[in-house]
Ligand binder design. Structure first.
Ligand code: AMP
Length: 313
C-alpha cells in the first residue's frame, strides 16, 4: 500500500505527490514574496520565524544513502532542491552537540546532513569481507579515538562529491578535521563552482565536553541521543522513541575520549583560525538546551546574511 500523508492543515490523507503539491500551494505566498525582491532576506526572516519546510511537513528524513554508501548509491528520499541552498560547515569539539544541531538545521533548511563519522559507523555494520582493507584500517583509528588519515577521508569525500552539488545544500559535520582537509575541501568546492555560506563554530569549555561525552548514550536504530544525567531516557537504557537498547559509542569510552580531546586541540582547533581568515567563521555558544543553541544558530546565520547583503555594493 502506498504511503499516505496528512496535509499540513491536518485534514485529509493524501499521497506523496498530492502532499508535495499541497505544500507548494500552502506556501505559494512565501514563494511569491521570495521572487518579489530582497529574496534572501525574506527567506531568512521566514526561517528564523519557524516556518516549516517541506522536509518537516513530510515528516520524512532525507535518507543520505548516496553519502553513507558512496559509489553509485542514490538517495531514496533525496533532499528537495532549494531556491537558496545552504552550504555550511559545522565545527566544534566532539560532544558539543554538532550532530544534534545538524539534524535540526537539516529539518529547517532542507539541506543534507553530511557526517564523515556516520560513513565510518555505517561501514562498521558491514561484515569484514564486505569492507575494503582501507576501511577496516580506518575503523581501527576510529576505535582508538584517533583521526583517520587525511588521504582516506579525502578519497571518501571525492567519491561523494555529488553530495556537495546537491540542490538541497549541505551541512558538513566532522569534516574538515585538519587544515589539510580544509584546504582540500576549498579546492574541491572551487572545482565544482560551489561557495561555502558559513562555518559554524560551536564553543564550549573542554571539561564540560568530557563529561557530556562520557555520559552520552545513543540509539543504534533511530540515532536518538541521550545523556545518563542530563537527558536520561524514561526507562534506563532503552530508547524512548523506538524501544531499542541504548549503547555507548566505542569512541565515547573514557580512554578514547582522552585521545579525541588531544587530537581535537592539536588538529581541529586551528581550523577556527583558518576559516576566520577566510571570513567564514560564525561562533555560536554551545551551552544550553538543543533548542536554545538552535535558535542562537539561526539568529547568527540571519545576522551574517544581513551583514553580507549590506557589505555588497
Ligand atoms: P565523529 O562522529 O565526527 O565524532 O567521528 C567519529 C570518528 O570518526 C572520529 O573520532 C575519527 O576517528 C573518525 N573521523 C570522522 N571524521 C573524520 C575526519 N574528517 N578526519 C579524520 N577522522 C575522522
Amino acid at each position: 500500500m502506498p504511503a499516505l500523508f496528512l496535509s499540513s492543515a491536518g485534514q485529509k490523507m493524501v499521497n506523496k505527490e498530492q502532499a508535495r503539491r499541497c505544500f507548494r500551494r500552502e506556501n505559494a505566498d512565501d514563494e511569491t514574496r521570495v521572487r518579489a525582491g530582497s529574496p534572501r532576506k525574506q527567506m531568512w526572516r521566514g526561517l528564523i520565524r519557524n516556518r516549516p519546510n517541506f522536509t518537516d511537513f513530510m515528516n520524512q528524513k532525507i535518507d543520505r544513502a548516496a553519502w553513507l554508501k558512496g559509489g553509485h548509491a542514490e538517495c531514496n528520499i533525496p533532499a528537495q532542491r532549494q531556491a537558496y541552498p545552504q552550504r555550511l560547515v559545522l565545527l566544534g569539539a566532539p560532544g558539543v552537540g554538532k550532530g544534534t544541531q545538524a539534524e535540526l538545521l537539516s529539518a529547517r533548511l532542507g539541506a543534507c546532513h553530511l557526517s564523515t563519522g556516520d560513513i565510518f559507523r555505517a561501514a562498521k555494520t558491514l561484515t569484514e569481507c564486505d569492507r575494503t582493507p582501507t576501511m577496516t584500517s580506518a575503523l581501527d583509528f576510529m576505535r582508538r579515538g584517533d583521526l583517520v588519515p587525511d588521504k582516506t577521508v579525502l578519497d571518501l569525500l571525492i567519491e561523494r562529491s555529488k553530495c556537495l552539488r546537491c540542490g538541497g545544500g549541505f551541512l558538513l559535520d566532522g569534516f574538515p578535521r585538519t587544515v589539510a582537509q580544509a584546504e582540500a575541501l576549498q579546492k574541491c568546492l572551487k572545482e565544482n563552482d560551489i561557495q561555502l555560506g558559513a562555518v559554524l563554530s560551536y564553543d564550549m569549555p573542554l571539561e564540560r565536553i568530557v563529561s557530556r561525552l562520557s555520559g552520552r548514550r545513543t540509539c543504534p536504530a533511530c540515532k536518538a541521543v541521550y545523556h545518563v544525567e542530563t537527558r536520561p531516557p524514561k526507562v534506563k537504557g532503552v530508547c524512548d522513541s523506538c524501544g531499542t537498547a541504548l549503547h555507548q559509542r566505542e569512541d565515547d569510552r573514557p580512554e578514547s575520549v582522552r585521545v579525541r580531546m588531544e587530537v581535537y586541540e592539536k588538529s581541529t582547533a586551528p581550523l577556527a583560525d583558518f576559516y576566520a581568515r577566510h571570513q567564514l567563521l560564525v561562533s555560536v555558544s554551545a551551552e544550553g538546551t538543543p533548542e536554545e543553541i538552535f535558535s542562537r544558530t539561526m539568529e547568527a546565520l540571519g545576522r551574517r546574511q544581513s551583514e553580507h547583503a549590506a557589505s555588497k555594493p
